[in-house]
Design a protein around this ligand. Structure first.
Ligand code: ADP
Length: 461
């Protein structure tokens, strides 16, 4: 059921109750007041006649004043002797008599009776002298006009209550419909937005200060958040798609090289053992590259999942030497020197696998972004409470504006695009450093080279 119909029905129900109570109250009040007035009148008249009645001689019994003085066209008076015979009547009674109701007289009650089809209020009083009963005074008054007036009041009250009810019901329905119209428009626009999935659309409503205006503003801000969230999800989806494409590409390159090496070994290897050894060494390098990549992706995934790193005491120089040895194999002739004597015997708390991957990332980059003719140097220093390892190259360098972004996922500087890559290496390196409580600094000059310095806290320092 529509809210407007519900509200109109509720309102009509309330009006019905109020009007009914109001009408009944008015009717009862008027009814009681008018009839009490008549009762009071007949009692007053009877008392006045009794007061003016005087005892007569034994024949006449009672001497009463002229009764018509006390009567009006609808007030009737009658005097009875003590034995119940009519002594005197007001002229308007003609030949009719008012009943003598001794019980009601004794009880001092006003009774309603019908005389010739006319409703009368009857009241009687006994006239006494001392203990002697002289007679009765009976006063009757017609209440026909009162009943006619009450009927007319009833005939007016109930239809007008019914008309008021219908009119206010219609008025309420109309007012609620008008108040609800903007809501219906909002609902229609909102469902259009939902169907069209157009998150850029907004609801329109002119009066911004009323309740509907506030509701519109709230829905619009929800739509804004929805649009932002939708954009973010799209962004993440795009990034993930690109990331997947890049990673697949990166993994495919070494795989292609390995497959073609295998082909060549199959064809030429048997007759040329020297070639075979060379091809196997190449394959080893590519397989290493792939394994490194997969390991680094795994580190990233574990760190995304919030896994903690299991650390143990590690001789930092061993890890660095190991990484240098491995990087040298894939350095394509770029000289790579490793001078870390000051770190001999220095122990840090670390995961040796993670630490090795960290240095491999830095060394890979240094080799990758150093064109032929340049060289890479690794130096180690023992500073206060920490071991500092610097991987320096004489390569392309990084523009100042790009330095703050190189640790972001998927970021690759403009000048780096001559080499393949997915922009994940330094993001993984930063994670590993953070997990080990260390820090990394970059000193670089565009076209001159870069130096990445990793500082790790010493064990027990
Ligand atoms: P990738 O090397 O796959 O692009 P990285 O996260 O390892 O991703 O590096 C991010 C970016 O930082 C690189 O694209 C490059 O622009 C810059 N960069 C990193 N190391 C060096 C370096 N040694 N010399 C010059 N630029 C570098």
């Amino acid at each position: 059921m529509y809210i407007r119909t519900r509200l109109a029905l509720w309102f009509m129900l309330i009006i019905v109750v109020v009007l009914a109570a109001f009408s009944v109250a008015i009717y009862q009040l008027t009814h009681n007041n008018l009839l009490m007035e008549i009762q009071w009148d007949v009692q007053q008249r009877a008392a006045a006649i009794v007061k003016s009645a005087t005892p007569g001689d034994s024949q006449t019994g009672l001497i009463v004043p002229k009764l018509d003085v006390f009567s009006t066209p609808d007030t009737y008076l009658q005097i009875y002797g003590p034995d119940g015979t009519v002594i005197s009547s007001s002229v308007n009674l003609n030949s009719r008599t008012l009943p003598l109701m001794k019980d009601a007289i004794r009880a001092g009650q006003v009774k309603e009776i019908q005389v010739d089809g006319v409703p009368l209020y009857i009241y009687g009083e006994a006239v006494r002298q001392g203990s002697q009963l002289l007679g009765y005074v009976v006063v009757g008054r017609s209440v026909r006009t009162i009943y006619l007036a009450l009927n007319r009041l009833q005939g007016f009250l109930y239809p007008s209550a019914a008309i008021t009810l219908v009119l206010t019901g219609l008025l309420v329905w109309f007012l609620v419909w008008r108040a609800m119209r903007p809501l219906e428009k909002l609902a229609a626009t909102a469902s259009e937005i939902a169907v069209a999935r157009d998150h850029t659309r907004r609801l329109q409503y002119k009066n911004t200060r009323d309740e509907i205006g506030r509701l519109t503003a709230t829905i619009n801000s929800m739509l804004q958040s929805l649009e932002n969230a939708y954009r973010q999800v799209q962004d993440v989806n795009d990034k993930q798609r690109n990331f997947l494409a890049d990673v697949s590409h990166e993994l495919r390159t070494p795989l292609t090289i390995m497959l073609s090496s295998l082909d060549l070994i199959g064809r030429v290897g048997a007759t040329d053992p020297e070639f075979q050894a060379e091809a196997l060494a190449d394959m080893r390098v590519e397989a290493d590259r792939m394994a490194r990549m997969v390991t680094q992706l795994l580190i990233l995934a574990r760190s995304d999942a919030g896994d903690t790193v299991a650390r143990k005491p590690v001789l930092v120089s061993d890890v660095v030497q190991d990484a240098c040895r491995q990087a040298r194999q894939a350095s394509n002739g770029t000289p790579l020197e490793c001078e870390i004597e000051p770190l001999e015997g220095v122990v840090v708390s670390a995961s040796p696998d993670y630490l090795k991957q960290l240095f491999l990332i830095l060394l890979d980059n240094a080799v990758k972004y150093t064109p032929s003719g340049g060289h890479v140097t690794v130096t180690g220093n023992l500073n206060e409470g920490e071991a500092a390892i610097t991987v320096a190259d004489t390569g392309i360098g990084i523009a100042k504006a790009d330095v703050p972004r190189i640790f972001d996922r998927s970021f690759r500087a403009e000048n780096a695009h001559f080499r393949s890559g997915v922009g994940l290496g330094l993001a993984i390196a930063r994670r590993i450093i953070d997990q080990h409580g260390g820090k990394i600094e970059v000193a670089t000059e565009l076209g001159q080279g870069s130096a990445f310095t990793v500082s790790l806290p010493l064990m027990n320092s």
